[in-house]
Design a protein around this ligand. Structure first.
Ligand code: FNR
Length: 183
């Protein structure tokens, strides 16, 4: 079994990005499972709090999920033409302490997804993640790109992916990333 972890960078109950991950989980090749996680419960990074109390339980839990998976699917909203603060904050916490970074991120395959109501579908946010993956020593899969634009028209009110073209692209994205993960 190939185990993927999906992390959505939105806290919204009606998030298009969380919905996109749930759709991805239904469009996987045989022998693959995708667990959908969010960054709920992760506090703002504070070096004083880290020194006093260590790594918060919600961060440790997500770190352990990442360390145990075969590949990460990071599903990113775009805020002000870059990465959303809540998701960057979560990744920053997860990179602490530095001595644990290799266990959690080192050499781990990572793919990007993103959804936005705009016409450009997170292209700038996805691009902005690349230096982060590099410093964390992750293996970014660049075999395909999927930026879901016009997200408000692509999902229904229950967050189900309705658009057949996007479904097909998402299926191909997950198949390509699975091949990369399996080497
Ligand atoms: C946005 N949004 C947005 N969209 C985009 O395509 N490019 C952008 O630069 C921005 N900037 C931006 C800034 C801030 C502060 C907010 C709150 C929103 C819109 C964004 O794509 C939209 O809110 C999505 O619905 C967010 O993703 P979720 O929550 O649906 O997953």
């Amino acid at each position: 079994m190939t185990r993927l972890l999906g992390i959505s960078g939105s806290l919204r109950a009606g998030s298009y990005n969380t919905a996109l991950l749930h759709a991805a989980a239904e469009l996987l090749p045989t022998g693959v499972e995708l667990e959908v996680a969010t960054v709920h419960g992760i506090p703002l990074y504070d070096g004083d709090a880290e020194e006093k109390d260590g790594i918060p339980a919600a961060v440790e839990a997500l770190k352990d999920k990442l360390a145990a998976c075969d590949g990460l699917v990071l599903c990113t909203p775009e805020y002000n033409h870059s990465v959303p603060g809540v998701l960057k904050n979560a990744i920053d916490w997860m990179s602490r302490p530095g001595a644990d970074k290799e266990r959690v991120f080192g050499g781990r395959p990572v793919a990007l997804l993103g959804a936005s109501p705009s016409g450009f579908g997170t292209v700038l946010a996805q691009n902005a993640w690349l230096p982060v993956f590099r410093i964390l020593g992750m293996r970014y899969w660049c075999g395909r790109e999927l930026m879901v634009s016009g997200a408000h028209k692509v999902f229904d009110d229950q967050g189900k992916l309705q658009d057949e073209t996007v479904r097909d692209l998402l299926r191909k994205h997950m198949a390509g990333f699975t091949d990369f993960v399996r080497g």
